[in-house]
Write a new protein. Structure first.
Length: 218
């Protein structure tokens, strides 16, 4: 399973990249606003800065909601760097734009997906990635992980090549469960990745190894 980090914070992106396990980055307009990145040129510069830190794909979301606007914005974003994936909302014009970009060989990520039907449409439109939001489903007492299972089952039935990018991951157990189900990618906060490191027996074991070494070498 690929690991993407879901943030526009350059320090956190660099931290995850430094760990050596990062495969890409996802951003959205809320995450950009959280970092205080506003204005077209600053946003563009920020995407470039992210691409300079990571080796993998970087999802950059369009703001337009009509086909023409999405195409214009998406083409501009895609031209910034080969790593850029144009992120499109799961609305009618978003599906049309996805088909347009996939026909042109431009990578896409269809976002705000909450049902298997929406995931089928994204795959039919040739999306590179589909982003089902598991945390936001959990927030409204719906089983987000079940959506990942359903999409996995459907995509495997037909050999759809669209990668399932489990989004809105909130914690480490989401990461592990997505891996068990067979999500192709997960995108989550740095804490969800670093949480995988933790086990008290590792800490206790290391402490004992070091203490025993010290005894024998002092
Ligand atoms: C997806 O790519 C989104 O950026 C993101 O995962 C949404 O997560 P949230 O529900 O925690 O805001």
């Amino acid at each position: 399973m690929k690991f993407f980090i879901d943030t526009a914070n350059l320090d956190q992106i660099a931290e995850a990249q430094g760990l050596g396990v990062l495969d890409g980055v996802t951003t959205n307009p809320s995450l950009m606003a959280k970092e205080g990145i506003t204005g077209e040129q600053n946003i563009i510069n920020h995407y470039k800065a992210i691409c300079d830190i990571v080796d993998g794909h970087v999802s950059a979301e369009v703001i337009s909601t009509d086909f023409k606007g999405m195409v214009e914005e998406g083409e501009k974003l895609a031209a910034l760097n080969d790593q850029i994936v144009v992120k499109l909302p799961m609305i009618k014009d978003g599906v049309k734009a996805c088909k347009y970009f996939s026909d042109k060989g431009i990578k896409t990520n269809v976002t705000l997906v909450f049902s298997p039907g929406q995931a089928i449409l994204a795959a039919k439109a040739g999306a590179t990635y589909v982003s089902p939001f598991i945390g936001r489903l959990d927030d409204i007492s719906t089983d987000g992980l079940n959506l990942i299972s359903e999409i996995r089952h459907i995509y495997d039935n037909y050999g759809f090549e669209t990668e399932i990018l489990a989004a809105s991951v909130r914690h480490t157990m989401h990461v592990i469960d997505c891996a068990k189900i067979g999500a192709d990618v997960m995108t989550g906060p740095l804490s969800s990745i670093e949480g995988l490191l933790k086990h008290p027996l590792t800490d206790i074991g290391l402490e004992k190894f070091l203490a025993d070494y010290k005894k024998g070498n002092s």
